[in-house]
Design a protein around this ligand. Sequence first.
Ligand SMILES: [Zn+2]
Length: 451
Amino acid sequence: MRRAVVSGPAGLLVAGGSVIAGTGEARTGPTDVLVQGDEITAIGPDAALRADAAGPGIERIDATGLTVMPGLIDAHCHITFGEPASNDELFFHRDQSTAAMVAAFNVPKLLLAGVTGFLDADCLWNLGPALREAIEAGIVEGPRMAAGMNALLTAAGGTAGRLIPDSGRAGYAHVVGDRDEMVRTTRQQVKHGADWVKIHVTGSLPNHRGELTVWTLDELRAVADTAHELDTPTVAHCRNATSTRLAAEAGVDLILHASFLDDAALAAVVEAGCAVAPTFTFLANLADHGHKVGAASTQVDLFRGEIEATATKLAEAHRAGVPILAGSESGFALTPYGHWHARELEVLVEAIGLTPLEAIRCATANGALALRREPGTIGVVAPGAAADLLVVDGDPSVDVRVLGDRTNLRHVISRGRAVDLARPWPERRPLPGEKVGVWAAEPLTQEAARR
Ligand SMILES: [Zn+2]
């Protein structure tokens, strides 16, 4: 049975579980882990000794027969989007106050699904930093969060076609018209609390299959250099090979998607030392399950092809030492919060050929970058690391799908405290005007009426 455990003031001893460190090392035999405050302070025999010395104030979790591992870090999660079914809904049906309340409602679901850290690189209404601070202040329950603000787009737009205005802001987008505006907006975002600055390097344009590169190298450099001067990393949406190459050359720190990676783009990524979060989950969900929830079938082959075309080169990138991060793109109707955060591990194993331990590393230790923490200080089970842990029934080092089923989570420990997993899953009703109303799926012609 799962039960709520609150870490005592003296700490929490997770006793007798088999530990997956998150660094790629094999699962251990029975091992104790001691957490004190927001820190893992001891592992192995030392943990029990120190817990005994600390006296009765130590809470104990019996993890015998279970796996203890770092909490998941989702490097690509849109916490403010509110699971829209269309761009129309995303751009026009979410006012600022509502979006903030819906995000506060949704963010605990990440913890309940074993996610103890996430990066939201671009958000509606620039809500990200405020949500992060509300979580840190204990106003909203949620994992550790790194926040971007609006994604920077050129006037050519992104993945929402002409819903993107020619200038100004809409939805998650801030259209930056020229180099000066790119520099100015980057500085403003950092001033207002952005942990990351996101650039939407590709966009969909009429009469073009796939996405086109809509930024120049010089423009990308303007944003990356400005952000770096202010000690802030940059992250880029790149769904073709050219954009990935240009982003790497410009000094972007984390590339999302890296779709259709080719030799030149791979060489640029390796040379620049940037990280990649492929984010196949959204594509895989649509391809595998979209038809069950009425998703448009026209894109299924395109998305399946995108995974296949990208996976071989990503396997090469992995072998060349490019850090791969796991991101789920949770936040859309096809990727609702709390359901698919661990699916990326499955796809990394199946499509790219990573071992389960390598995939776990992508979703834990490698996630330190997403949270802007030093390697080894978070996303690992090691003395001195942050106290974010999962106690799992099953062995994810054999089968990562264990992590995709919430009922296997016996305990989630976030910042040294056990999350209450005994509560019911958060449910709600739709808000007035939240969903796009469809008058008809097709025109009611006389021919249709006669069917
Ligand atoms: Zn995204």
